[in-house]
Design a protein. Structure first.
Length: 274
């Protein structure tokens, strides 16, 4: 998990610019799903707050709630704090605080929060069972955990294929497979994991996330976020050749080719009396 924290320290600005907008529709849907349960005054924990997107949207929607955002990356925490300074009125600024902490060792007392939310984090933790038990611990009896994360699969993304083919043609290092996936295998698996962690009324449903890039937007996504380290380490000549040809080929793609579509899962559970 320390490696993940270090990576997000390095790429936080690129994440905020290029990746957070991709995730935003799913974040908004998660908030829509829990909205009927929020009346105001709740203490909310945002597990893996990142740039603060979920936390700040929650504060906009629900006057009176307070949100604590935790993230393993101090760089991401700093971005969330800066975004809160920018977006929140002075009277609301103290409703949002942050801590640097790992999802499986939360620095809070048992029952400290009424609601725990998380977006696209539980696929990253080394031990999801332990992280789910920690989420349960900081909730009171009947407190709700609601999260959204990736499921395996999805359609082939033509823009990715263009990039991978170009790396091969230019005899450059191919992208790695990223190691074992922590994606939740299915809604049924999500329900089982929640039950084993001590949650009752466990529920999960498959969804989908689509995002249409422009050609230049996908180029920025690669060079400033997803493949930023690789581009930085290329020598100047290779970088210039790869960048020029990549821009040219991406410019020939259709809107459909530039639309990323992936399966996601929404899941909720309440802390049981056990």
């Amino acid at each position: 998990m320390t490696d993940q924290a270090d990576r997000y320290d390095r790429i936080g600005v690129g994440y905020a610019r290029w990746w957070a907008p991709v995730l935003r529709p799913a974040v908004m849907e998660l908030l829509d799903r829990v909205a009927p349960l929020v009346g105001g005054g709740e203490r909310i924990l945002d597990i893996g707050t990142g740039t603060g997107q979920l936390a700040l949207e929650a504060l906009d929607r629900w006057p009176g709630v307070s949100v604590v955002g935790v993230d393993a990356s101090s760089g991401m925490r700093d971005l969330a704090e800066a975004e809160a300074d920018r977006r929140l009125a002075a009277a609301d600024r103290d409703r949002f605080t942050t801590r640097v902490a790992f999802a499986d060792t939360l620095p809070f007392e048992a029952g400290a929060f009424d609601l725990a939310l998380s977006s696209f984090v539980f696929q990253l933790v080394p031990n999801r069972a332990r992280a789910l038990r920690e989420a349960r611990r900081i909730l009171p009896i009947g407190g709700l955990l609601a999260y959204v994360t990736w499921m395996p699969g999805g359609e082939r993304f033509a823009a990715d294929d263009v990039y991978d083919s170009l790396l091969e043609e230019l005899d450059l290092e191919p992208r790695g497979d990223g190691g074992p996936s922590g994606d939740v295998a299915s809604p049924e698996r999500a329900i089982g994991e929640l039950r084993r962690a001590g949650f009752a009324d466990a529920w999960a449903e498959a969804g989908s996330l689509a995002h249409r890039f422009t050609a230049e937007g996908y180029f920025g996504f690669l060079t400033e976020f997803d493949e930023a380290t690789f581009f930085e380490e290329l020598d100047g000549r290779d970088r210039a050749e790869l960048s020029s040809e990549l821009r040219r080929r991406l410019g020939r793609l259709t809107a459909s080719d530039l639309t990323m579509r992936f399966p996601i899962v929404f899941a909720t559970g309440r802390r049981s009396r056990r």
